[in-house]
Design a binder for this molecule. Structure first.
Ligand code: PLP
Length: 416
């Protein structure tokens, strides 16, 4: 199985060695070496993750938490190791505060239906920001529609930064929960979550943080972030799809009724009534994505071995290099110029449709995303239907950025 030794924070990442850990990066697309710049959409998987999943099905496969045999115990231990790994990653005070779910979307829906809905009524509000992913908007709209509550939206600047003073002003007594992305999937903006959390806490307002785009790139500590709920998704964290987690403070989890009912989440079932397991199992009905979580545990170990600070440093450097190169392209506009920014660059070129450019880049072997990025309200704010988005990971290279920018130049001439 692929392993990595632990490195000192100051060592730069050995990119050639790290790229060799990701088999897919070696393939060609349309006869050209792949340049994978769609990491914010889903990240590639190291061999350690692929092998962990493969090994699970070859050697261990059994259901969790119910089989009285060796395989069942091994499967349960392997699956539960993901809970430990996620607790470490998030700096959670207890593994029992980690609910394993299918991804951020399910995590936020769980909070919306189980925590928020019973507390909401007409006149109440949920505060979100202009830069949220649909996963951090639509669940709140659904519970608002059922309860008579409404959404409030904290504004951003044209550079794509949250206007913190406005956010704080909007934290009035009607707000029953604030829900904010840690890192914008379009703008790359890193929001000052600890500061927002402090303001929420001062007013007794729970804060949910969508950490989908933060977990792969930043050192996390949910206590220092002053939040109440933190949601992550495994596939952006170099792990399998269909995995993710909700961290929630114990007092919240204990007060939350179950959202899904079924096996694994009960204490005793009688036709007259059922009693439920303690958190986190109360929220984990049914057979989970066992192999997926085994893979996610391997992904987190991989990130830990590489070192999140070294990952962040490498990505900061790639972001600076790519931003400088793109700024040289005539007619190219970048969306999102926050001071504190992750390696995500949304852009458009005057007179060129985003999808046309993405399709032509694909023929050059360059994978970028084009569209609304599940952030319609943000597109509306900028008055555009779509943008392109290049999102980088630590395994990307300067040479790939050069190829990407050269390809944009060629395509521009073709379309211009
Ligand atoms: N929130 C943000 C900021 C995202 O970027 C994404 C995924 O694109 C999500 C939520 C939803 O994640 P998932 O589809 O894995 O549940």
């Amino acid at each position: 199985m692929t392993t990595l030794s632990t490195h000192a924070i100051s060592d730069p990442i050995d990119v050639a060695r790290v790229r060799a850990d990701f088999p897919l990066l070696a393939r060609e697309v349309h006869g050209k070496p792949l340049v994978y710049f769609d990491n914010a959409n889903t990240a590639q998987k190291p061999a350690a993750v692929i092998e962990a999943v493969d090994d699970f099905y070859r050697r261990t496969n059994a259901n969790v938490a119910r089989a009285m045999h060796a395989l069942g115990e091994e499967a349960t231990n392997a699956y539960e190791s993901a809970r430990d790994a996620i607790a470490r990653l998030l700096g959670a005070p207890s593994r029992n505060e980690i609910v394993l779910v299918s991804g951020t979307t399910q995590a936020i829906n769980l909070v919306a239906y189980s925590h928020a809905m019973p507390r909401l009524g007409p006149g109440d509000t949920i505060l979100v920001t202009q830069m949220e992913h649909h996963a951090n908007i639509v669940p709140w709209q659904l519970v608002c529609a059922r309860t008579g509550a409404t959404l409030k939206v904290a504004p951003i600047t044209p550079r794509g930064e949250l206007i913190v003073e406005r956010f704080v002003e909007l934290l009035t007594p009607d707000v029953k929960l604030a829900a904010v992305t840690h890192v914008s999937n379009v703008l790359g903006t890193i929001n000052p979550v600890a500061e927002l959390g402090r303001e929420c806490r001062r007013r007794g307002i729970p804060l949910l943080v969508d950490g989908s785009q933060a977990a792969p790139h930043l050192r996390l500590d949910v206590r220092a972030l002053n939040c109440d709920f933190y949601a992550i998704t495994g596939h952006k964290l170099f792990g399998p799809t269909g995995t993710g987690a909700l961290w929630a403070k114990r007092e919240h989890l204990e007060a939350m009724p179950p959202f899904f009912g079924g096996g694994e989440m009960i204490r005793e079932v009688r036709f007259e009534g059922t009693t439920f397991a303690d958190p986190p199992h109360r929220f984990e009905a049914g057979t989970p994505n066992i192999a997926g979580f085994v893979g996610l545990a391997a992904a987190i170990r991989y990130v830990e071995a590489l070192g999140i600070e070294r990952i962040a440093a490498r990505e900061r450097e790639l972001l600076a290099y790519a931003t400088a190169a793109l700024r040289e392209v005539p007619g190219l506009r970048i969306f999102g110029e926050a001071q504190d920014k992750a390696a995500v660059i949304a852009f458009l070129i005057d007179g060129v449709h985003a999808h046309d450019l993405a399709t032509l880049l694909d023929h050059e072997g360059v994978a970028v995303r084009s569209g609304h990025h599940c952030a319609h309200p943000l597109m509306q704010f900028y008055g555009v239907p779509a943008t392109l988005r290049a999102s980088l990971a630590f395994y990307n290279t300067h040479e790939e950025i050069d190829r990407f920018v050269a390809a944009i130049g060629r395509v521009r001439t073709l379309l211009g």
